[in-house]
Ligand binder design. Structure first.
Ligand code: 2P0
Length: 363
């Protein structure tokens, strides 16, 4: 099993003066939720997610050696324009990964990033953003160490992404990704995400995720505050145990295609995440009235039409509607007819399971 020290490079076989890479990295939606962490971005419980396909960050990293290797040096552009307020997060990320990427201080970087989903849609860009940056950094490291294996590349990219934002480690590779030690999942690790190790049932092929934008405002609770709420939370220990149990059950479901149990686990996880926030001190309600309207409408539609559609939630008011591809037409019609009115500016995003990060430009 890999440990942190495996990600500290010992030597480099090549030198490189300058170059450019562009990677895209997707967002992901957790089925079993990560909520609560220990020091150094170690999750309090294991989680599993579907990687998305359409909601992505695309980041170009340009680098050039510089004279003074004492500190980090970078410019940050968002959609081609300087974005000073993103810089402290990147500076902190560089500091956290410095020991694993000792070459970073030798270069000046330009990081040019954009998202395929609308600004302030309430869709977190930290997972896709940190994953895209980590992929680019690993491309640079591979240029310095061309003998690196693909497995090491992906594991270290996920390891670095995790140090930027926990859920980002699930946006590197794979359609279904597990992060966090779990006794039933071979190769699972607290340090990085791994692709779900066994074959996924065809019921989940091209599974759909339509994201209803209920509230596009700034997050009411930052993820840092949210995870902190699990320290001294009265239900923390039971919750962490429940995540282990739900992951065991979901593993079986992903293999046997039992959609009824899938729905049960996924909806319970979403409501439990919100229940944790409602029962912490201080307490928060992150759902909006329209979130509940949508949930009730989904339950009614599912019962009346016997169509296996369900919802999940992130730490906000938006609703992810999950369903198999073979009921896409009926579910999209239902969304149009009954749910669009609950979305801010009638906005929703049609997404589906995707493959993970992709290299777009390599020079
Ligand atoms: C998840 N969320 O599993 C859970 C469910 C939100 C709800 O991971 O502090 O941005 O950067 O490690 O990954 C959001 O937290 O937190 C999150 P940090 P992150 O997707």
């Amino acid at each position: 099993m890999r440990t942190e020290t495996d990600f500290i490079p010992k030597s480099f076989s090549k030198t490189i003066e300058s170059g450019t890479f562009t990677w895209s990295a997707p967002s992901n939606i957790a089925l079993v939720k990560y909520w609560g962490k220990k020091a150094n971005q170690i999750p309090a419980n294991p989680s599993v997610s579907f990687t998305l396909n359409t909601c992505k960050t695309i980041t170009t990293l340009t680098f050039q050696t510089k004279a003074n290797p004492d500190s980090f040096s970078f410019d940050l552009l968002f959609e081609g324009k300087p974005k000073e307020d993103f810089k402290p997060k990147i500076q902190k990320f560089f500091e956290r990964i410095a020991v694993y990427c000792p070459y970073l201080k030798q270069y000046h970087f330009t990081i040019d990033t954009r998202n395929t989903f609308p600004h302030s849609s309430g869709i977190a860009s930290s997972a896709s953003g940190m994953a895209a940056l980590a992929m680019n950094i690993m491309s640079l490291e591979k240029a310095l160490n061309p003998e690196m294996t693909e497995d090491y590349f992906n594991q270290k990219a996920s390891f670095l992404a995790r140090l930027g934002s926990g859920s980002a480690c699930r946006s590197v590779k794979g359609k279904v990704v597990v992060w966090g030690n779990h006794k039933g999942i071979t190769g699972s690790s607290d340090l990085f995400g791994v692709e779900f190790p066994t074959a996924i049932h065809s019921n989940f092929s091209n599974y759909q995720d339509t994201i209803l934008l209920v509230d596009k405002g700034e997050k009411q609770v930052s993820s840092t505050v949210g995870h902190d709420l699990m320290h001294n939370h009265p239900y923390a220990e039971q919750r962490f145990q429940q995540a282990h149990d739900n992951l065991s059950k979901l593993k079986t479901v992903l293999e046997n295609g039992d959609l009824e149990t899938f729905i049960e686990i996924v909806e319970s996880e979403a409501l439990t995440l919100h229940a944790m926030m409602m029962t912490s001190m201080p307490y928060f309600i992150l759902m909006k009235p329209n979130t509940l309207e949508i949930i009730n409408a989904i339950w009614k539609f599912r019962k009346n039409h016997n169509i296996p559609v369900c919802f999940t939630l992130d730490a906000g008011a938006n609703v992810h509607i999950l369903y198999p591809e073979n009921v896409r037409v009926q579910v999209l019609q239902f969304i149009q007819d009954e749910l669009v009115g609950y979305c801010e500016n009638a906005q929703y995003i049609c997404d589906a399971i995707g493959k993970g990060s992709q290299l777009m430009i390599d020079n």
